[in-house]
Ligand binder design. Structure first.
Ligand code: ATP
Ligand code: MG
Length: 567
């Protein structure tokens, strides 16, 4: 590719509305442009990277025996009604009507479509196992689209679905995908970790996430330094540090505390000069519109996924301040468990504490001496909090370490959730009708590009593993005529002939600007051909990732580069 004929609108300035480095660099490098919130166009340089990722994903899926299909992006409401998800999926599903007032949605995932195909086309145990996949744009009306294409509303996903005769066969398909994913992320050249995960709205019983490790990752991973247990904190089971055993003699009377103007646990802790762990937070939620209270220790975070799973709710949101006032009689910050006209869910850790300070459901009022067993016998006690520093591995008891990650792949065992709901059955060897056993497997193809950039960048721009860089090498003549130009063009053409993805920077720009661009867009090697070097029969090769420059003799340069690129 000659850059004089290429479209690469690079930017010098960092765009103001881009928070994370990958989003900033993808805009600056002319990879993407925003069309609307969470909706992006891919420009030629970015598309090259995206297509390389896509191609590795496709190759490994094919190698694992999956078969590519292409399903429609627009899906009729009927199939979502038959799986029960038309109501359950919530607001991420973008719904609309056609001119005949029929309901449709833009596909956020394709279990329904694929199960519809399976129930029509797969008849017998002989037709399985089968694993069908596609690489296609999805649409999810995310609550908070952000970080550019990392959490977009429209994004490219690889989704695969396996159909098997029973659980054992389905487990085999699952581990086959697990292995294929590990190969994919290894080939992409990324540092990643496989963790146990929550199955979310997709449903099912069992799942793993593939995380690209990066400080900016939205997900927190708890991993055991001793055994192989690693889990998303949303999912992590843990052993809590031991609690002192309950001593009834420690029980206290409930006392009123005047706490004027105090709203947060931090303010309360400093006002009363007590650690945050002496308090219980009472959070008011609406689960599918119905109010409930959930309590965790003051220094803990509630795990909304645990609570949502416990309630089996489709939608769980914190109540707004005015709703809190109506429901508890007090402004936000003073909610407490006593005399609440709603169910109360209590984290197990609180249940063993002899006394707590809680909100008093009146302005400027808290209560001390509160005991869950004595004062709230009707409460549901369950593990509701997130894993935290100091908790340890459920398998071997070693204290967890924590790291951040970006979820780039997610695999699930679905069992018969969709096949049973939608009537996808087959005839087994005995001639009996049975539901097919399913698995589903997603990869965020576009998110991988951002994740790779989060892992690889410096002050000059993007650093990508050669497997997914837009070009492998850029050949740059220092002048647009004469010997440097002719020599550079010759090397460039010979590289192309060897199948190297080479670019030729023949733009009429100052060399400094060209250097900057090649670093910004993440091309791993740059070969500069200049008059001075040629006097000594030399050309200059720069390695983007290492930042090293070496001089090569003109005669050996070509072979040296092929050797570096292992061609
Ligand atoms: P998340 O927890 O990040 O919302 P998810 O669990 O909803 O992800 P899946 O339904 O498993 O995601 O989708 C498969 C893959 O698609 C994810 O692993 C992720 O890499 C990617 N993905 C999901 N949502 C988005 C999005 N809004 N933008 C870009 N990629 C996404
Ligand atoms: Mg999601």
């Amino acid at each position: 590719m000659k850059f004089s004929q290429f479209f690469m609108p690079t930017l010098k300035e960092t765009p103001a509305d881009a928070e994370v480095i990958s989003h900033q660099l993808m805009l600056r490098a002319g990879y993407i442009r925003k069309l609307a919130t969470g909706i992006f166009s891919w420009l030629p340089m970015g598309l090259k990277v995206l297509q390389k990722v896509e191609s590795i994903v496709r190759q490994e899926m094919n190698r694992a025996g999956a078969l590519e299909v292409l399903l429609p992006g627009v899906q009729p409401a009927e199939i979502w009604e038959s799986s029960g998800r038309w109501t359950f999926y919530g607001k991420e599903l973008l719904r609309f009507q056609d001119r005949h007032n029929h309901n449709y949605c833009l596909g956020p995932t394709h279990e329904e479509v694929i199960t519809d195909i399976a129930r029509r086309e797969i008849r017998s145990y002989r037709d399985m196992p089968v694993n069908l996949y596609q690489i296609q744009n999805k649409f999810r009306d995310e609550v908070r689209p952000r970080f550019g294409i990392m959490r977009a509303r429209e994004f490219l996903m690889k989704d695969a679905y396996s159909f098997d005769v029973n659980d054992d066969a389905s487990a085999k398909s699952y581990w086959n995908m697990h292995a294929a994913y590990s190969r994919i992320f290894t080939r992409l050249g990324l540092k990643f970790k496989v963790v146990e995960a929550d199955s979310g709205a997709i449903g099912g019983s069992f799942s793993h996430e593939f995380m690209v490790l990066a400080k900016s990752g939205e997900d927190l991973i708890a991993s055991c330094p001793a055994c192989d247990y690693a889990a998303n904190v949303e999912k992590a089971s843990f052993q809590a540090p031991p609690m002192p055993s309950f001593n009834p003699q420690l029980l206290k009377e409930i006392n009123k505390l005047s706490t004027p103007g105090i709203r947060t646990i931090e303010e309360l802790a400093s006002f009363l000069n007590k650690p945050a762990s002496a308090f219980a937070k009472t959070l008011i939620y609406l689960a599918d519109g119905k109010p409930l209270a959930a309590m965790v220790r003051g220094d803990r975070e509630l795990n909304e996924i645990k609570l949502k799973n416990l309630l089996n709710a489709a939608d769980l949101v914190l109540a707004a301040p005015n709703a809190i006032f109506e429901l508890t009689g007090a402004p936000q910050g003073f909610s407490g468990p006593l005399n609440l006209a709603m169910p109360v869910y209590v984290d197990s850790e609180l249940a063993s504490m002899p006394f707590l300070i809680v909100g008093g459901n009146a302005k400027d009022l808290h209560l001390e001496g509160f005991n869950i067993t004595r004062d709230l016998p009707q409460a549901t006690v369950a593990s509701l909090r997130l894993v935290a520093e100091g908790d340890s591995c459920p398998k071997c008891g070693r204290v967890f370490t924590f790291a951040r990650g970006i979820e780039v792949g997610h695999i699930f065992r679905l069992g018969t959730k969709y096949s049973a709901a939608m009537g996808a059955e087959y005839l087994n060897q005995e001639g009996e009708s049975k539901p097919m056993v399913m698995g589903c497997y997603g990869i965020g193809v576009s998110r991988i590009v951002a994740a790779a950039i989060e892992q690889g960048n410096d002050e000059n721009g993007i650093i990508l593993p050669p497997a997914i860089a837009p070009f492998t090498i850029v050949v740059m003549p220092m002048s647009l005529e004469g010997k440097p130009f002719d020599t550079a063009l010759d090397i460039y053409e010979r590289l192309l002939a060897q199948g190297v993805e080479a670019a030729f920077d023949d733009r009429d720009l100052r060399p400094g600007n060209k250097f900057k661009d090649s670093e910004l867009v993440g091309i791993p090697y740059r070969l500069v051909v200049g008059a001075k070097g040629l006097e000594k029969n030399q050309v200059e090769l720069k390695d983007r990732a290492r930042g090293e420059t070496i001089w090569l003799s003109l005669d050996s340069a070509f072979e040296h580069i092929l050797g570096l690129l292992k061609i």
